[in-house]
Design a protein around this ligand. Structure first.
Ligand code: EPZ
Length: 416
């Protein structure tokens, strides 16, 4: 599948932002800890979500969609997460914590790396070992033994999002035991997961800060939950407005989750107004370059928005340096942007960009999820016909992406 884009249109209109992919995935994993009915409302069908639900079903959970609501119930009948999906889907590793919390044993395939880095799981395993879990590795499988699981004080060597979530879930059902997780990730999706677990009767405190405390409970009950909006998707539509010019209203979002991006957009010359549940961007001139951008763990500038702001800098007025501090290989999109005439130089984790007034339309291919979204923004801003190929990468993390952009006035068609 590919997008055929005739760029050059200004964008005007409203986008209702869907639930966050990076909240939904760990929350789906967390339902393994509860046998009663869990309803996750208004679920956008990201490809990653469809795959995660498929894994849950293969493990024995009863899953069904009622309209946009996902209903999950029952027990898993297998604690072996060895299936094709887990090779491509990093998030299956979140099931390690939830399965061990409830069933005390599990077998996993080693999760595949992907296009933004080797994606190791050492921080996950170190933290789970501190909970008394024993791991043995044989023929590309990880055998997990949680019989001696117990609460503990854990300090993460790096505030890994996935490791924080895995350890939070693993400690949820260690009845009567206290686990303290220090130097943990502080992303809003971590808070969403903690709120979800607490909505099932769990006791997770401190999420969103650098120390989380989990009081283990015996059992969790059912729940009915709606995740927070996707802050990366929000940033994507706002940056589309900044690059193509026009007026974008991103609705049903909490502006507090995007403060670094809002500062950048204002510094680039966009008018950005904040409301309790929406962000309105207006821009009718070529953006000014941001001299230095450094990605950080939350609450710093998010690495997931790096490809998007990179695309924006290629057409901004002036020069820019982007330092990607979180992932070691997140500039794959550069060679595709260079096909459009972008002036970018990459050395290790730094990209130096000289803004050009116009990009040329081109045939480009998505290297990964956020790089693909960046290419769509670049081709939307370039007058003329472009083709963006390999768009399954984009559909992993954006729902109705082309439909939303079309509703804003973009000339974009999805074709075989
Ligand atoms: C989550 O990935 C997100 N995915 C990523 O979003 C996001 O980019 C990332 O957090 C950082 O915010 C989901 O939530 C499903 P990390 P995760 O563990 O948990 C290294 C997107 O575009 N590391 O915080 O895998 C790792 O290699 C995706 O939506 C270890 O070295 O990220 C990376 O360099 C992409 N050992 C850094 O830490 C470990 O055990 C951050 O990884 C774990 C991580």
């Amino acid at each position: 599948m590919k997008y055929v884009i005739n760029g050059g249109n200004k964008l005007f209109g409203k986008v209702n932002i869907d639930s966050a992919k990076n909240s939904i995935l760990p929350i789906i994993a967390a339902t393994i800890m509860c046998d009663e009915e869990c309803v996750i409302r208004d679920l956008p069908l990201y490809l990653d979500v469809i795959e995660m639900v498929a894994i849950l079903e293969k493990l024995g959970k009863k899953v069904e969609f009622q309209g946009n609501n996902l209903i999950i119930s029952g027990e898993i009948s297998s604690t072996s997460v060895i299936m094709a999906e887990t090779k491509t889907l990093r998030s299956s590793i979140f099931m390690m914590g939830s399965i061990l919390s409830k069933y005390r044993k599990a077998i996993f395939t080693y999760p595949g790396g992907c296009d933004i880095g080797k994606r190791p799981i050492d921080i996950h395993l170190d933290g789970l070992k501190k909970l008394g879990i024993k791991f043995t590795f044989a023929n590309d499988l990880i055998y997990c033994d949680g019989n001696k699981i117990a609460g503990n004080n854990i300090e993460l060597s790096f505030p890994s999002v996935g490791a924080t979530e895995n350890i939070m879930m693993a400690s949820t059902l260690i009845e009567g035991e206290i686990t303290v997780i220090k130097n943990c990730a502080r992303e809003p999706e971590i808070v969403d997961l903690a709120n979800f677990i607490n909505s099932m009767g769990g006791k997770v405190f401190g999420a969103g800060y650098e120390t989380i405390v989990v009081f283990g409970v015996k059992k969790l009950h059912g729940t009915n939950y709606k995740c927070i909006a996707d802050r990366i998707a929000t940033g994507t539509y706002l940056i589309a407005g900044a690059m193509c010019q026009g007026r974008i209203e991103a609705c049903n979002v909490n502006p507090n989750y995007l403060l670094p991006l809002i500062v950048f957009l204002r510094n680039s010359g966009c008018k950005v107004d904040l409301f309790s549940d929406k962000i309105v961007l207006e821009n009718f001139s070529r953006p000014k370059s941001i001299a230095k951008i450094e990605t950080q763990t939350y609450p710093g500038f998010p690495t997931d928005m790096q490809s998007l702001i990179l695309a924006m800098q290629t057409i901004s007025k002036g020069n820019s340096i982007i330092h990607e501090t979180v992932f070691e290989a997140r500039f794959k999109v550069v060679s595709e942007l260079q096909k459009m005439g972008a002036k970018i130089n990459v050395s290790e984790r730094y990209a130096t960009i000289v803004g050009t007034s116009k990009l040329k339309p081109a045939f480009v291919s998505c290297p990964d999820l956020r790089g693909g979204a960046g290419l769509v923004l670049a081709t939307l801003s370039a007058k003329g016909k472009s083709v963006v190929d390999e768009i399954f990468h984009i559909e992993r993390g954006y729902y109705k992406f082309d439909e939303n952009l079309k509703s804003l006035g973009a000339n974009i068609e999805k074709v075989e």
